[in-house]
Design a binder for this molecule. Structure first.
Ligand code: ZN
Length: 687
């Protein structure tokens, strides 16, 4: 009997799609990791240690190519060595205004010793001082010692701001983008320098925080920059009031700072995997930004460091098996550093299966209003990594909600020094604005889980301080990051199958959502053929995206026949769902009579030049502006995604359809027009 039972069990297991041994039999709260492994990660994760790193980094003014950034690289490299990571190094990339890295032309570094703005008459007071507040002096300001009258030029951007005013030799008080004000006031009209209250990073609360002093910069390419001091809205309004009342305000600006050739520095470290042929998983962040820059982005830098510590420790202690794939960690200056690194290491880019990028991950909701996002890949890059992150994101969010509802348990993941608040977080659609834009660009196509806070009322200001950072949140994000990265690094055949089912099941929700959007789109307004076609297009594109997301699972179990057959079966299921949804649209969304006339050129197929590698926009650099004199106006994400979708096979019309399916109304004319601009710059060829 006993022998028979064992034999049938073996037979039964061999018939199951999971040809697994222990993997499927251990208790599990998620489909992707065993509870033993997940609990080990939760137990090891420390919000306090991550916050210690935030506090340390917040003391450094981490401007790209400046010594404050260098100090931060030394700090992180020392911790990475202490935590037992391998191959810890700081890699240097010349930043001199001429050296290029793919599409990116480097700019200069900057060194500041001091910068003091004082009122000499009628009052005697210090207005701004770099010694006590680093953001008081705009980045890339140069040496000066000027005593001059202050004049109010409003925004300082247009002719009327300066009309009839004597500007030469004066200090201008202006609210416009400080690099643009420099061009208008200093370069064109001879002003001595700028006192700026530039506002940027708009949120719903912009203007409410009168004492924020914003972190701003002059052109990092212009060695002839004068200088700019930054003041708060409250200070600016007070000075404007006095000037309007007829007062003459005389200031002295003393700056010891200079732009100079330098280096961008990138800290790298790895946890080696067992199989060099299996590829790598990348953890990234950006280490740069102003002092304090606690949430943006000491928090992300600290939390990938904490993930490195957790994973290295658990692997060393035998609590987690060493993963197949090497896990690589990068701490670069934002976007520029990532562009340099990928351009110099195309072989690493090619073997990187997925990335986890953290940019602002610790803001206490009560103070910063930051909602945490587990952000998906763009429409040009459907990927199963989204569902890995969603599984662990939901696990952590759900645990915090259960705790808040009084259920207790280990999933609360509190930090002793942190809040006991529910995790204000969501799984979010794609958004842009950090290094993931480089990783996911058409040249590299590394699917990236982007973990980020938005908004944050203190972003890029003197008030982005460690006191706003919640260690409990850092711990929760560290768990999402460690679990996601560890799963992706470890995954083989069994895990690929578990993930495929997760993608298939979650794909049904996404396709359902697309059908809902299609119905709303098709019935919400005047009935035209285009509207009808777009309604159908939305469900067709959702099906395409789900098929591609399923197929991306192959990257974790390449050429495995079992996985390949399973994916083909599931893809047929997606196909059937898509057909059913198209049928609903065709039956119930009214079909108009008129035919739309399309412009010539929509069936051309754009092909990317292999020599143009990297995104069109890299931090302070714009490729098209450099090549053509101007960057074309339009929606930045649609432009970015248009180029990403150029694969030498899709026509202009097909590219437009993918964009419209994911991002709403997109005119084929504007897509064609942008591709023509890219063609003019030698980026693509329309054939
Ligand atoms: Zn950031």
């Amino acid at each position: 009997m006993r022998r028979f039972a064992v034999a049938s069990l073996v037979l039964l297991i061999s018939l199951l799609p999971f040809s697994t041994t222990a993997y499927a039999q251990e208790p599990r709260s998620t489909t992707l990791l065993t509870d033993v492994h997940l609990d080990a990660i939760v137990a090891e994760a420390s919000g306090s240690l991550a916050k210690d790193t935030v506090i340390a980094l917040s003391t450094m003014h981490r401007v790209q190519g400046a010594s404050g950034f260098h100090d931060a690289t030394e700090y992180v490299a020392a911790r990475a060595r202490e935590y037992g990571l391998s191959d810890v190094a700081v890699e240097r990339f010349p930043a001199d205004g001429t050296t290029t890295y793919g599409t990116f032309r480097s700019y200069y570094g900057w060194e500041a010793e001091s910068g003091v703005l004082t009122e000499v008459s009628p009052r005697s007071s210090t207005i701004a001082d770099y010694a006590t507040m680093r953001v008081a002096l705009a980045d890339y300001s140069n040496e000066a010692d000027v005593t001059a009258d202050l004049i109010d030029v409003g925004q300082g951007l247009s002719e009327k701001d300066f009309a009839g005013r004597q500007i030469t030799g004066k200090l201008v008080l202006a609210g416009g983008n400080v690099a643009s004000v420099h061009r208008e006031a200093v370069e064109k009209r001879g002003a001595a320098g700028i006192v700026s209250f530039q506002q940027n990073q708009t949120t719903g609360w912009s203007g409410d925080y009168l004492d924020n002093v914003r972190w701003c910069h002059l052109s990092p390419y212009n060695l002839k920059n004068a200088f700019a001091f930054m003041v708060s809205l409250r200070q600016a309004r007070e000075m404007q009031g006095r000037l309007a009342a007829g007062e003459t305000i005389r200031l002295r600006a003393a700056v010891r700072a200079r732009m100079r050739p330098s280096h961008f520095e990138v800290v790298t470290a790895v946890i080696p995997g067992t199989d060099p042929a299996a590829g790598e998983i990348l953890y990234t962040c950006h280490l740069c930004h102003q002092k304090p820059g606690a949430n943006d982005n000491a928090s992300g830098s600290a939390t990938i460091l904490e993930d490195a510590r957790i994973l290295a420790r658990l692997i060393r202690d035998g609590k987690l098996p060493r993963p197949r794939r090497t896990m690589r960690f990068l701490w670069p200056p934002e976007i520029a550093g990532t562009a340099c690194y990928l351009a110099r290491h195309p072989e690493i880019a090619a073997r990187t299966k997925a990335a986890i990028h953290m940019d602002m991950v610790g803001g206490d909701f009560e103070k910063t209003k930051a909602v945490f996002h587990v952000t998906r890949t763009p429409a040009s890059l459907p990927s199963a990594v989204n569902d890995v992150a969603a599984v662990f994101g939901e696990y952590v969010i759900g645990g915090s909600a259960a705790f808040a509802a009084g259920e207790g348990g280990t999933r609360a993941m509190l930090s002793a020094e942190g809040s006991k608040s529910q995790f204000v977080a969501e799984i979010a659609p794609h958004s842009m604005g950090s290094d993931h834009d480089v990783l996911q660009e058409g040249s590299y196509r590394i699917p990236t889980v982007y973990l980020n806070d938005w908004p944050d009322v203190f972003i890029h200001t003197n008030n982005d301080t460690p006191s706003n950072i919640d260690p409990t949140k850092l711990r929760r994000v560290a768990v999402i990051g460690a679990a996601t990265g560890y799963f992706l690094a470890s995954a083989g055949r069994d895990e690929a199958q578990a993930l495929a089912l997760e993608v298939y099941a979650r794909g049904a929700m996404r396709q359902g959502d697309a059908l809902r959007r299609a119905i709303a789109f098709g019935t919400g307004g005047p009935v035209t053929l285009e509207r009808f076609e777009d309604a159908r297009n939305i469900v067709e594109q959702a099906g395409r995206a789900e098929r591609e997301a399923l197929m991306s699972v192959r990257a974790l179990a390449y050429d495995d026949g079992v996985v390949t057959r399973m994916l083909a079966t599931l893809a047929a299921g997606v196909e059937a769902r898509t057909r059913a949804d198209v049928d609903v649209v065709q039956r119930y969304v009214p079909i108009p009579a008129a035919q739309k006339i399309e412009p010539a050129g929509v069936s051309l197929v754009p092909k990317r030049s292999p020599s143009v590698v990297g995104p069109m926009s890299v931090y302070y650099y714009d490729y098209l502006e450099d090549k053509l004199g101007a960057s074309p106006p339009g929606d930045g994400r649609i432009q970015y995604e248009t180029l990403n979708l150029v694969d030498g096979k899709r026509s202009v019309r097909e590219i437009r359809n993918i964009l419209a399916g994911a991002y709403g109304s997109v005119e084929v004319e504007s897509v064609l027009e942008y591709l023509r601009v890219l063609e003019k710059a030698g980026v693509v060829k329309l054939e």
